[in-house]
Each structure stands twice: as C-alpha cells, then as structure tokens.
Design a protein around this ligand. Structure first.
Ligand code: FEO
Ligand code: CA
Ligand code: CA
Ligand code: CA
Length: 632
C-alpha cells in the first residue's frame, strides 16, 4: 500500500516501480509496535490511543508475487528495477494511524509527515563501542561510522523513552562471498556467521544505470550500492573495498519514529548475531535497564545487555540522545542454564562477554583483537565461554507484573543429534501422527527465568519451561503442558506481554500445519517455579503450572500458508494489531483463479497484511478474561 498521497494504490496487474517502494509498505510484515502520538506536542505519549505511529518490520520478500513476472536474471544479472524494488521492500515502515474513539475504526493518515520508509539502502550511523573500529571500515565509510540499510528485520522492541528497536536476523543470506586474500581469522568469522558463497538474491550482479541516480538513494557512487553485497578483498586496505561489509549488519537498530530528519542508529554495544527480538526490562527509576535478546539459529544463545546508566523518566521523548545514554555503555552477557538432578534445582548464570575473560582472550579458534571484536563476533565469544545452545531463541517478553523474562524456542530438528539433550532443551521425538524416527524438538517450547533478587544486574537466575508446544494427541511425555483442543500449538515465535500482563503467543509453524494453520494464543501466566519437575524420555525438566483454557486459549488462526507475527495494542486495549506474513494463495477469499504468472490476466497476488481487531461492543480486548482472573 502507498503511504504517500503522491503514489498510486497497489495494482495486482501492474506492479509499481522499484523506486516507488520508498513510499509504499514493504513486504513480509513482522515485529510491530504502536507509539501513541500526542496531538498537541507531536511527540510520543504512552497514553494516547486516538492517534499513533504504527512501526513495523518488513522481514524479507516473496519475489514471485512482488515482481510483474517473478524474479528474473537475464544474462546472469538481476535487473536494476527488480533489485531496487527488493531492497526497498525490506526494512521498516512508520505509518501514522488514527482511531475513532466511538466506533474504534482505524484509518491511515496518508498525508502525514510522519509516514516514512526505512529500507535496505537508508543511511545509518554506528554508535557505541564498535563505531569507528577498523572492523566496520568500508569503501563507503572508511572510518567505520556509517553504513547503508537494514534488512531481515524480524522481531522488535521499544524503549522506555519512546523509540523503536528493529533487529537484523538472517542478514547473512543477502551476501555473496570471496575468500581470496583473507586471513584465517576472518574466514573463521565469516563461517561462524554462515555467510554463504553465493546469495540467492544476487543483488551484487546489478549493473547500475543512469536510472538509479533518479531514485531516492542520494549517493554519487551508485554502482557501489550493489557491489557491497559481494564481500571480497579487492583493494589495498579494508577502507578501499567491501571485505567488511557483512560486519555492518547483524545489529540492533534504534529508530525514533517521531524524528524523520535523523538517521537510524545501529547500537553496537548489544552485540552482533542473528538478532530476533530485543525487549527492555521494566523501567524502574534509579535502576539500570536490561535488554533481553535471542539469536535465532539452531543451537544459538540468549543474551542480555545491562546499561551503565540508571533509568530516569525525564528521558522520555529523549530520542537518540537517550539512546546514546542507555545503549552505548554497559555490559553484554550470555546465558548458561543448569539443572541439578539430585536437588531438582534449576539455576542459571549470566557470563559477561569481556575481552578480559581468559576464555575469550585466549580462545583457540579465533583471536580477538579487542572488546570491539568481541561485540562484532559475539557468537564466537559466547562459544568460548561455553554458553547453553538453545532450540532457536526467537522472541522475548518481560512480564510487567514481576519482571520475569520469557523466550520462545521455536523448534530444533538437530536437538538430540548435533545438539545433545539437556533439561532446558529436553525433547527429541517423532510426530505421533506421522511416526518414524525422532526429529528433534518438533513443536518448540517457551522458557522463562527470574533474575536473582529481581534486579537486572543479577549474575544468576532461576528458570523453568513455561509451556511445551505439542499436538493435543501427542504421546504423554511430549505434551508435557497437557495442552487441549482449545490451546494446542506448535513452533511459538512472536510473543508480547501487554501492559496488563496478558501474554500473546504467535506461531510460525510447519509441523502442525497438516491439521491447522499458524495461530495466536492469549495466556495468563503464573510465575517461575509454579509447576513440577516432569520427565521426558527419562530426562527431568522443570515445567510451569498446567494452564486450562481459562488461562491459555487460542485467539485466532490465520489463512493457509501464513505466519502470524507482530502484535501491539493501543493503550486503551480497544484495538489489537497483528501481521499476516506471506499468506499462500489458496484460501477461499482469494481470486477464483490462482495466480499464474504466465497468463495475460493474473489472479490476485497474496500479500502480507496488518490486521486490526476491535470488538463489536467497543470494549477492551481480552477484558473478561482478566475480570474472571481477578474474581477467582
Ligand atoms: Fe525471522 Fe526467527 O524468525
Ligand atoms: Ca494430531
Ligand atoms: Ca520470527
Ligand atoms: Ca500432526
């Protein structure tokens, strides 16, 4: 959809130009947050529901439906217009919306000055300990202070001062790689971050034309905006080529939705990995802030960053200056989960990723130059200290009632084989309907932890597994949470606590989709330690209390083929927004003839979409559930 009145509406039969996507919604909507807009100040207002900025990620693209005839590569090169469309369809949208307070109807304010796109080409600053480090030096920014673009933005977060945090997840897939002339250390780093020999996107193959000068990339050297997607040694030094271009992605990016004149900022103190989500701890006056984060890949880790600065509510609406205060200076930790089978106690520790730790400074597999190198190659530092390899850490949620932290572990087909079982990742089994040999952790789980002393600076925690994903008809020691027909689910991914304490859980699943589509559930959780130690295939694991369908209930299921992701509400709880990512094209409401790119007249193109849900009676969403809980 256009977010600027100068640009026409989407047309299935006549796909808009690549450059026009600077003023249109991107593809594959993902993480999303609503920021209330104060009518008189034009700034952030956490209590405003009638106007606000809906900020959302566009994780990736569906090239088949995005281009007039799908993606092409004549003579081995991608056409420039296709690549500009693809780069622009990634990133983030800021969309001004208003809600009628009597009937709750939500509309886009199409001519708002706040509407804006951040794309795979938008200029960004680096800040924090790695800014200006030689590891970020490129031909584009020889001093390592800038880069262009953000992409594969998956989970999200928001700060207590009113800015948006976007994440760079599978950034590696966009690069192609040449190792000639590299030293062994840099090859270890590229391998650890799974930078492929050849990207399927092939953005580096574009031959820039004069046309590219008329697009909105205001840059004199147009060819290098494509060249940078091939990382290789071609100049005398790093500042002369793009050998370091992959180091400029994989970060948390702060965006002030209310300030369109400042470039977004990549916050290097929070480390570099396949960032999936970034959730702030509760903002408590006089205490540090923590940001909890997952690295979504099989066997990767859970992290927290703890600010040196202490929270002061005067920083609300402080924009990037507040970001500099809380996100440039602090400590980065990785999690280790332990379970003592004799005492049945579950404990954990946070290991600081610091160059002064001999396990890091003397690590045999990779030689770290300094603390900035630890932040660029965070995964290698976490390997060095022996952090716990998890079943794909996705989103993170902080319980507003008690500060406990929840992390979705979506699934892991390698659990029990490449990654041995442990009590925090305890399942390896076969789908009861399909049979055959065990296929790892098929349905995923949600782990949660409580910081010792309820302070974010704690170096230890206790934990349990809040819920195990499972089919209701799974065998007993797979369906450990005793899920039933109203609440069974598979592959939890998106997750958010609304400020009342309702936990929204979303799925991105391929295991239970033979029986149902991806879905969203609502939960009213208790606390760490409220359940029992159970066993699965003989391995003990601490589980949360079983929840009946008054405490855990399916809220919706999506159309075929989609992932449900992204959830936010207006502060009055009367509108909830969710994203339908990459729906298939075979649901009944679609055009009767399925999309066929070879036909002159096409069927409709399935597009990702944002849904807003309001109640017929205009009341608070999930309001009765909370009333029932209060009464009982
Ligand atoms: Fe983009 Fe980990 O889901
Ligand atoms: Ca079943
Ligand atoms: Ca996700
Ligand atoms: Ca099944």
């Amino acid at each position: 959809d256009s977010i600027n009145p100068a640009y026409a509406a989407w047309d299935d039969q006549n796909v808009p130009s690549g450059p026009s996507f600077q003023f249109r919604s991107g593809d594959c909507h993902d993480g999303m947050s609503f920021f209330g807009l104060n009518n008189s100040t034009g700034r952030y207002d956490s209590s405003a529901s009638e106007q606000g900025l809906l900020v959302m990620n566009h994780e990736y693209i569906n090239p088949t439906f995005l281009h007039p005839k799908g993606p092409t590569k004549p003579n081995g090169r991608r056409p420039e217009d296709e690549v500009i469309r693809e780069v622009n369809a990634h990133g983030v949208s800021v969309v001004h919306i208003k809600k009628d307070k009597t009937n709750q109807k939500v509309e886009i304010v199409q001519n708002s000055i706040f509407n804006r796109r951040i794309t795979g080409s938008t200029i960004m600053d680096f800040n924090g300990p790695v800014a200006g480090n030689p590891l970020l030096a490129t031909q584009y920014s020889p001093v390592g202070l800038k880069t262009r673009g953000t992409h594969n933005n998956c989970g999200n977060g928001y700060t207590p001062w009113g800015t948006y945090l976007t994440t760079e997840e599978n950034f590696n897939q966009y690069f192609s790689r040449d190792d000639i002339g590299r030293d062994a250390n840099s090859i270890v780093a590229l391998d650890r971050y799974k930078i492929p020999a050849a990207s399927s996107y092939k953005w580096h193959t574009v031959k820039a034309t004069e046309d590219s000068r008329t697009n909105d990339i205001k840059d004199l050297n147009i060819q290098d905006i494509y060249d940078r997607w091939l990382t290789k040694v071609s100049g005398a030094e790093a500042k002369d080529d793009f050998r370091n271009t992959t180091n400029t992605f994989g970060w948390i990016v702060e965006i002030d939705p209310f300030n369109g004149s400042h470039t977004p900022v990549k916050r290097t103190a929070l480390g570099r990995f396949a960032h999936e989500d970034c959730r702030a701890s509760r903002a408590i006056a006089g205490q540090p802030l923590a940001f909890y984060m997952g690295d979504d890949s099989q066997g990767e880790y859970i992290y927290k960053f703890v600010s040196d600065a202490l929270w002061d509510a005067k920083d609300i609406n402080g924009g990037y200056t507040a970001g500099d205060k809380y996100m440039n200076s602090g400590k980065l930790y990785v999690a280790k989960f332990n379970f003592d089978t004799a005492t049945e106690k579950s404990t954990g520790e946070w290991v600081e990723l610091n160059i002064n730790n001999p396990l890091i400074s003397a690590y045999a597999k990779y030689k770290f130059a300094d603390q900035a190198d630890v932040l660029v190659n965070t995964r290698l530092a976490a390997d060095a200290v022996g952090a716990t390899k998890m079943d794909r850490p996705e989103w993170v949620a902080v319980n507003p009632k008690n500060g406990e932290v929840y992390v979705t572990l979506t699934n892991n087909s390698s659990r029990g084989t490449a990654h041995p079982l442990d009590s925090a990742n305890p399942r390896n089994y076969a789908d009861a309907d399909k049979g055959g040999s065990p296929k790892g952790n098929i349905n995923g789980h949600i782990i949660r932890f409580k910081e010792t002393g309820d302070v974010v600076t704690a170096s230890t925690f206790t934990w349990d597994i809040f819920l195990f994903g499972a089919e209701q008809d799974s065998i007993q020691d797979v369906n450990l949470s005793k899920l039933g027909a109203d609440n069974d689910f598979s592959s939890p991914d998106g997750m958010w606590f609304d400020p009342r304490g309702v936990l929204w859980i979303q799925t991105d699943d391929g295991s239970y989709t033979d029986e149902t589509n991806c879905m969203m559930l609502a939960a009213l959780p208790g606390q760490v330690g409220d359940g029992q130690v159970k066993t699965t295939a003989g391995l003990p694991t601490p589980t949360g209390a079983e929840l009946d369908n008054t405490k855990l209930r399916r809220f919706l299921t999506g159309p075929a083929g989609c992932e449900i992701t992204g959830v936010t509400m207006t502060p009055d709880y009367k509108a909830i927004f969710i994203n339908i990512q990459h729906p298939g094209n075979n649901w009944s409401a679609n055009h009767p003839s399925a999309l066929n790119l070879s036909k002159a007249v096409l069927g409709s193109r399935p597009r990702s979409a944002t849904l807003v849900i309001t109640r017929v009676d205009g009341g608070a969403i999930a309001g009765e559930a909370l009333e029932t809980t209060k009464a009982s």
